[in-house]
Design a protein around this ligand. Sequence first.
Ligand code: NAD
Length: 426
Amino acid sequence: MVNGNGKPLKSRMSGFHKLSPDEKLEAVKEFSNLTDEDVELLKKTGALDIGAADRMIENVIGTTEMPLGIATNFLINGRDYLIPMVIEEPSVVAAASYAAKLARTRGGFTASSDDPLMIGQIQLVGVADIEESKKRIMRNKERIFDMANKCDSVLVKFGGGVRDIEIREMETKRGKMLVVHLVVDVRDAMGANAVNTMAERVAPFLEELTGGKVRLRIITNLADRRLARVQAVWDKDVIGEDTVEKILDAYELAANDQYRCTTHNKGIMNGIDAVVIATANDFRAIEAGAHSYAARNGKYEPLTRYAKDSEGNLVGTIELPLALGLVGGATRTHPIAKIAVKIIGAKSTKELAEVVASVGLAQNFAALRALATEGIQTGHMRLHSRNIAVLAGASGDLIDEVAKRMNGEKNISTGRAKEILEELQK
Ligand code: NAD
């Protein structure tokens, strides 16, 4: 590979990590033939300044921005919420707000959640006497608790700490293994660092007790002791009896077909991820946990359920693991995330999980309603038309003008946008 000056370039950049962000940017500019304008844009870092970004991850050259929208109309456990959502896809915020509005007639969302329990896994191989080892671990439960809790006095001060130990045994291609689960109450943290530290701390003692060798010591993202559950009722007179039937048919497809179910759950995650990202929580952890939980019965299933109540109204429910933090991670260091948390006003991670799960249910209801009735493209493309106009080359006032004309003609495509743009530019 050569750069603009014909110089050969390699991605093997020794010492790259030691350069300042500006110097790194210069090196990338040269490698990738960036223009001066590209570099200027990358230097505009917004609320998350370059120093903070550079402390957050490695090899930083800039930051990136995404739209932050506010979902309105949410009434959860009798309290009104405004919910910040960070997402690049049009119509998600509007859909969530719309579903929340329709749910208000019947009291909005009723949510509950488990205590913030996370599981740390410690894998032991080469254990000679499995039964005796299990007994020994259980006999030393209190010592293990103590050892783990000593790693995190702050967590313990806030009422968290180890709650239980479970031992699992599995037959594998590489022999029998013991897996010790440390069940930890992580209070207002997501908990990965806290739990991983505890798992590493107690591992040598478990080797001592079992005579085995420890391999992995890591949290599981299948946070199935930390579930959030939400229910909402959509009144048949508000959404229409016919729509209730159509949504139930649509739901049944997801319940019986993995192709549909994947997209059904993707729609739920549109809402969930957007709030998780707004609060700078670990969306990969949430995604992994959600899909794993969806497959817990050995079959990939919808994270929501729908049924009719005795009056014929549509009852929607959702249940999924939500390992979210209000302290730790980037939630307290990302300036916009801090404001997002303030906008939600959640006082605990349980409350945050209940809000996030409500958005997931709302998002799913809105998608099912649109899909089962007029189809999602009408609304989606209307909202997407401005992006199409930009893709076709429109800028400034022309973006809205091109979008408006395409919407009026109900013909939203890049081809049509280009034609309109040419006409307008004449
Ligand atoms: P953390 O270590 O940054 O903060 C948690 C700590 O904050 C606690 O251990 C405690 O000492 C302190 N604390 C102060 N007030 C508290 C309160 N009220 N409640 C609870 N703790 C309080 O963060 P974390 O939550 O342990 O870990 C989250 C981070 O770990 C995320 O950035 C995530 O991306 C990352 N991570 C995830 C995985 C995974 O999901 N598999 C693995 C490794 C790391």
